[in-house]
Design a protein around this ligand. Sequence first.
Ligand SMILES: Nc1ncnc2c1ncn2[C@@H]1O[C@H](COP(=O)(O)OP(=O)(O)OP(=O)(O)O)[C@@H](O)[C@H]1O
Ligand SMILES: Nc1nc2c(ncn2[C@@H]2O[C@H](COP(=O)(O)O)[C@@H](O)[C@H]2O)c(=O)[nH]1
Length: 198
Amino acid sequence: MQGPRPVVLSGPSGAGKSTLLKKLLKDYENIFGFSVSHTTRQPRPGEVNGKDYHFVTREEMQKEIAAGEFIEHAEFSGNMYGTSKGAVQAVQAQNQICVLDIDIQGVKNIKKTDLNPIYISVQPPSIDILEKRLRDRKTETEESLLKRLTAARVDLELSKEPGLFDLVIINDDLEKAYSELKEILLEEIKKTQESRKS
Ligand SMILES: Nc1ncnc2c1ncn2[C@@H]1O[C@H](COP(=O)(O)OP(=O)(O)OP(=O)(O)O)[C@@H](O)[C@H]1O
Ligand SMILES: Nc1nc2c(ncn2[C@@H]2O[C@H](COP(=O)(O)O)[C@@H](O)[C@H]2O)c(=O)[nH]1
């Protein structure tokens, strides 16, 4: 079943994708649905299996990838991440706007599919601010933090490719960043709200 046009949120780890996404899901409950990815990383305190991620072993994930169950998958900072066909279908079956939170490798792989999402990159005002946000979040070891900062530099370079993203949001002031996000999504939001009335 084909739902409304999906949305891809990408950008360096710590840039604020989940923060923006949580606001969107809260303000537009039932309009947006989150594509729950699979990952082999360990859950963080408070993360719920099946809601934040499907937490799986590398063996389980490799088996499902081999069975053709994934739209895209990537290795990020020492762990596997991927979007299953089922994750997107579950949201589209509800006629909701499906939001994917994926890294830049995922963006490039989604571009090869017929998903046709709106591509948005959320970026930090600077690498120093990104590092501070990641440290303050207290989710990373020193090793994984350094890996994520290295990946962030690559992400910010690759994101400069013309046409890769429909919009780049610099997440300095959160409310301003959120307004920019809502503005680009306004048309899809309206269409989805209208379709509920008919
Ligand atoms: N505009 C902002 N100003 C200050 N802090 C922010 C802002 N946006 C997000 N943060 C904080 O920065 C940290 C990283 O944000 P968040 O977890 O949303 O990033 P992310 O892009 O989803 O990261 P990941 O890809 O690792 O999941 C969080 O602690 C969040 O509260
Ligand atoms: N290519 C994909 N990237 C994904 C997916 N799910 C999440 N991610 C990205 O991984 C990093 C790290 O996430 P974290 O939760 O460990 O901080 C971040 O950039 C996500 O956008 C996915 O299914 N495919």
